[in-house]
Design a protein around this ligand. Sequence first.
Ligand SMILES: Nc1nc2c(c(=O)[nH]1)N[C@@H](CN(C=O)c1ccc(C(=O)N[C@@H](CCC(=O)O)C(=O)O)cc1)CN2
Length: 286
Amino acid sequence: MTATLLDGKATAAEIKDELRIRVKALAERGITPGLGTVLVGADPGSQAYVNGKHRDCAEVGIASIRRELPADATQQQVDDVLAELNADPACHGYIVQLPLPAHLDTQRVLELIDPDKDADGLHPVNLGRLVLGYDGPLPCTPRGIVELLRRHDVALRGATVAVVGRGNTVGRPLGLLLTRRSENATVTLCHTGTLDLASHTRAADIVIVAAGVPGLLTADMINPGAVVVDVGITRVIGADGKGRYTGDVDPEVAETAGALVPMPGGVGPMTRAMLLTNVVERAERG
Ligand SMILES: Nc1nc2c(c(=O)[nH]1)N[C@@H](CN(C=O)c1ccc(C(=O)N[C@@H](CCC(=O)O)C(=O)O)cc1)CN2
């Protein structure tokens, strides 16, 4: 391996240390930040992610508010839980774990979250604020990627960035974030309709892959020395019959890239750290 690994786990640990200090300062003002989670169903992956979020809360001193509904919960039951969290003064921000069971209306659910309590930054009002360059909670994965690159001195100003994937949680908001005046990167947003994907990734200083296609980015598709960020996390069943997670970046990319944000240990821990950050910021605003 020639690429320098940009360690999201270690950086997330640093951020949690910083948050612990901010949470103590809030305690002196009589404020305990509270994060709510809404989990519908018993998908083991989603359960593990929600458990992780509450472990993180305990580590930094954020209060946890858990709401769990069965997989066959009605839309009305979900709506009622959101109304309850919107009205709860102890809950500074909350998330609805995605994906939701297919019978529920995800767009409606995201729109029912009070935009001021939207810890994931996925409410249309907050995505609109991002489009317009106004302040608001930022989506956790894009924010985590920018923060990880910043803390490792990867220059964004003037850099050309190929983002692969146009989803609403990562690719699309990431393109908006990177092109803000404060970041000033030049972004090409690639997607399944892009012709000759490799011509775009080869031309980029930084390649960020959030397509959900295991091994999509291969070593011949990058400029030697490029910075590569693997956002993919797909559960696959190995030859041994056991499930494991795999990223969008082929392992051989590490021989050609200058720096690599790996999966695991890269974007995932940063996503979790940014969720905590969004809640603490909301509590600090009062
Ligand atoms: N409401 C939301 N739902 C979902 C989001 C989200 O940001 N908000 N993102 C994903 C799941 N997710 C957080 O919810 C998440 C996924 C993975 C990781 C992570 O740390 N992964 C590890 C590797 C996997 C593992 O070992 O378990 C890593 O990258 O090192 C954190 C959060 C979909 N749903």
